[in-house]
Design a protein around this ligand. Structure first.
Ligand code: 5AD
Ligand code: SF4
Length: 486
């Protein structure tokens, strides 16, 4: 084909593309597939991809969508980044070290690309929503082929096609969106469990957090779409869903017909064949009595609540714009425990927020000792450009923050190993997830409270719920054996 003919062909493709979604993306998947087939014929093998996920469960779910699109376009999964013809990094920017890791790995990818110039490199996710990042990539990482953000991830197929067609770096970042595109292909990592987005974005603007800037304003999915998706997942073998949102407790507030998160849970509970429901993340300020009631009555909602406290000092909480005090948080925990004494509580804690004094930090330790979390994710405060906290004057010296961090971690771990041990000698229902990574004669499963159990059993049990006797607590997991009758 001459260059001119090629151009005419390409403009025909754009002219013919449907304007509605998701039809438009299915059309571009098909176009990208034709191009990938052509390249694969030249190479004499199928094209391969590697999708690397940084960050949270939302990103993990997004990566399943990216994988679904690539597989429909004819790509097969590669063993690693080195072998892959197409590498995509789904990035996170919640803390600075997430960004540093991406640049480091990107440097390595650039060197690989020098040896294999046909290799394609794509970047997407939260980090791409930061203008400085994109500028830096455009300037110093010219070998990157495709850059897009969180709001237009649904357009991946179209952008991939555009990269094929132009042969040049494609950059497409949206500032925000009110759009939610349903029914795109998804390739699940696990056949028996799945994340399900119920909302996108966040309106809370905690003063340290970059998420509202990179994920945009809160948008809830229509409950009918959520229920339909879960029913389809169950028909496809899923027994456990994790409902995902930055702040699930404010689900449904902005819907045309507003609806509470508790009401959504009631509807999800009705889905026949679904065995377990999890959700994350809950903001303490929005956790309603109705939700506690629904959880307490439910047969399917797991006995686990992730309830980020961030700090135990009411003064720091105010600076963080969390909109609760230490006392309100502790009261909430008490209320939850009264309704569900066996609930497992986990949390996120930030150490070294600007202005944090030793007394403030002691308050955090006090909350940890009072609540006795099953586990806690602890983070060193990381200033994010553009957030109010990054501009605060009284930043805590790194050495001080690090010393507090170590003390906190020790406390959290000691308590967690005591708390986790309380189930020793009981029988618990476990969803079998895999063969144990450390010992192929063992299976690894997850209890309702999210703890892992390793026990002897047949591989065929993967994806099923089985009763397991918890023989020995090992700190953060259990060694078990199949209970009688299993
Ligand atoms: N520095 C450190 N930790 C942070 N988190 C969010 N932003 C920052 C930051 N700037 C933590 C919070 C949140 C978790 C996902 O990441 O604890 O709950
Ligand atoms: Fe960030 Fe706060 Fe929103 Fe969580 S609730 S994503 S910490 S702004």
């Amino acid at each position: 084909m001459s260059n001119q003919e090629n151009k005419t062909e390409q403009s025909k493709i754009y002219k013919e593309a449907p304007v509605t979604e998701p039809e438009r993306q299915y059309y571009f998947i098909e176009q990208a597939r034709k191009e990938a087939e052509k390249q694969s014929r030249e190479l004499g093998r199928p094209l391969s991809f590697c999708c690397v996920t940084f960050g949270c469960q939302m990103n993990a779910r997004d990566s399943e969508k990216l994988t679904g699109i690539l597989e429909q376009a004819g790509y097969v999964e590669a063993e690693n980044e080195e072998e892959a013809d197409f590498v995509i990094y789904n990035t996170c920017t919640v803390r600075e070290n997430a960004n540093t890791r991406v640049y480091g790995r990107l440097g390595q990818l650039g060197r690989m690309k020098k040896q294999h110039p046909h290799k394609m490199i794509a970047l997407c996710g939260c980090m791409m929503q930061e203008p400085e990042v994109v500028e830096k990539l455009k300037k110093s990482y010219r070998f990157v082929d495709l850059i897009f953000g969180t709001h237009n991830i649904f357009k991946f197929a179209e952008l991939l096609y555009r990269r094929f067609e132009t042969g040049q770096m494609v950059v497409d970042i949206w500032k925000d969106t009110d759009k939610i595109v349903e029914d795109l292909p998804v390739e699940r990592k696990y056949p028996f469990k799945s994340g399900v987005n119920i909302m996108f974005g966040c309106n809370n603007f905690c003063s340290y957090c970059i998420v509202p800037y990179v994920r945009g304003r809160e948008r809830s999915r229509n409950p009918r779409d959520i229920i339909r998706e879960i029913k389809n997942l169950v028909a496809d073998g899923v027994v456990e869903v994790m409902l995902l949102g930055q702040n699930v407790n404010s689900y449904g507030k902005n819907l045309e017909e507003p609806m509470s998160f508790a009401e959504l849970l009631r509807q999800v509970e009705q889905i026949e064949g679904l065995k377990r429901i999890r959700f994350m993340t809950s903001h303490p300020k929005d956790l309603s009595d109705e939700l506690i009631e629904v959880m307490a009555e439910s047969k399917k909602i797991c006995r686990h609540l992730h309830l980020p406290v961030q700090s135990g000092s009411s003064r720091i909480l105010k600076q963080m714009n969390r909109r609760y005090t230490k006392e309100q948080y502790l009261e909430l925990v008490e209320k939850i425990r009264r309704a569900m004494p066996d609930i497992s509580l986990t949390t996120d804690i930030i150490v070294g927020f600007p202005g944090e004094t030793e007394e403030d930090f002691e308050e955090t330790l006090d909350v940890v000792r009072k609540v006795r979390y099953d586990s806690a994710f602890t983070f060193l405060y990381s200033p994010r450009t553009g957030t109010p906290a990054a501009a605060m004057e009284n930043q805590v010296p790194e050495a001080v923050a690090k010393e507090r961090f170590d003390r906190l971690l020790k406390e959290v771990q000691e308590i967690a190993s005591q708390v986790c041990a309380v189930h020793e000698g009981t029988t618990q229902e476990v969803l079998v997830e895999s063969v144990s990574e450390h010992d192929p004669s063992l299976l690894t499963g997850r209890m309702s409270n999210n703890l892992l159990v390793h026990f002897p059993g047949e591989k065929s049990l993967i994806g099923t719920l089985v009763p397991v006797y918890l023989k020995e607590a090992k700190g953060f997991y259990y060694m078990g054996m199949p209970a009688d009758g299993a």
